[in-house]
Design a protein around this ligand. Structure first.
Ligand SMILES: NC(=O)c1ccc[n+]([C@@H]2O[C@H](COP(=O)([O-])OP(=O)(O)OC[C@H]3O[C@@H](n4cnc5c(N)ncnc54)[C@H](OP(=O)(O)O)[C@@H]3O)[C@@H](O)[C@H]2O)c1
Length: 286
């Protein structure tokens, strides 16, 4: 069924979202601060709104995808939100999502926060995922439309949960990138072909290691950090070797040092017999 949907914010991501909704046959109203970015979408059948208020007035479902949360508030400030469902697909912090949900509720709108786990060219293609949190009623009512843009996954009534999980996934990604960059510096210091190392050795190794993460997650959840795989003392010696080798090869070990610091702290507490899962306890503040 064709629905009225408004999309505010037509940067790279907002344009991809709007285009996917148009392609699925929905009636899409678009607005962007710089009006020229609406043109390609208007050419494909979208209706251009002159103001955010006009865009919000055109549809019950209002999708916002701009730079940051202050921009979201700026855009929606004077819009008639009562009775609307605001789906905020702007990346931000959990606390900002909660504040925005309260702000929207104060104006009579239902609110869903979304974390986009995709880049623009992946939108509406297999592999694209959007995490949603906030109003379950709004999610259930609009799930079919949301599924056009990417596989939708509702995670929690707390509007801050989708951004938190989004940031947690990015944290995992940056950790993996940091590991890759450090390994690349080491491998190239020895003039070994990096693409060969990456394709034939590193990626299969990382996949095998990633397969053990659910078991580590279970240990963290249970608080039982005993191990029969590899304890912290062994890992501490291993990381010493790594860091010394980096220096001997003329490579900065900076990306490895934070992990080594946490490891040393845990071992200094007399917990060298534990597995790596115990390190998460050291990361908790207070
Ligand atoms: N691109 C990605 O791969 C990706 C992936 C996941 C999530 N996201 C998230 O999606 C959001 C948009 O990203 P993008 O890639 O589309 O960025 P972008 O291409 O730089 O577009 C930014 C958009 O925000 C608008 N904007 C900025 N400040 C504004 C303000 N004060 N008032 C009104 N509009 C304002 C811009 O309007 P103008 O055109 O007038 O400048 C533009 O429409 C971000 O939160 C980003 O983190 C992006």
């Amino acid at each position: 069924m064709s629905e009225n949907i408004s999309v505010l914010g037509l940067g790279l991501m907002g344009s991809a979202l709007a285009e996917s909704l148009l392609a699925a046959g929905h009636r899409v109203t678009v607005w962007n601060r710089s009006p020229d970015k609406a043109e390609p979408l208007v050419a494909k059948g979208a209706t251009r709104a002159a103001t955010p208020a006009q865009a919000v007035g055109a549809s019950e479902l209002v999708i916002v995808c701009v730079l940051d949360y202050p921009a979201v508030r700026e855009v929606l400030e004077d819009a008639p939100l009562r009775g609307r469902v605001v789906v905020n697909l702007t990346t931000g912090r959990p606390v900002e999502a909660r504040e925005t949900a309260t702000w929207a509720a104060g104006r009579g709108a239902d609110y869903l926060d979304g974390g986009i786990m995709a880049v623009p060219y992946m939108i509406a293609k297999p592999g694209a995922l959007i995490l949603y949190s906030g109003s379950r009623t709004a999610y259930d009512r609009h799930e079919e439309v949301l599924a056009v843009m990417a596989e939708p996954r509702y995670v929690d009534p707390d509007p801050g949960m989708a951004p938190l999980l989004d940031l947690a996934m990015l944290t995992g990604m940056y950790g993996q990138i940091a590991g890759f960059l450090a390994a690349a510096a080491l491998v190239t210091s020895a003039k070994y072909p990096l693409t060969e190392f990456t394709g034939t050795l590193l990626v299969p190794w990382l996949n095998a290691m990633a397969a053990s993460e659910p078991a580590t997650a279970a240990a963290i959840e249970s608080g039982d950090h005993r191990t029969e795989v590899s304890n912290l003392e062994i890992n501490r010696v291993g990381m010493d070797n790594l860091i010394r080798t980096f220096r001997e090869q003329g490579v900065r070990p900076d990306l490895l040092i934070p992990m080594k610091t946490i490891l040393d702290q845990r071992v200094a507490r007399g917990l060298g017999h534990e597995g790596l899962s115990g390190l998460v306890e050291e990361l908790r503040i207070g």
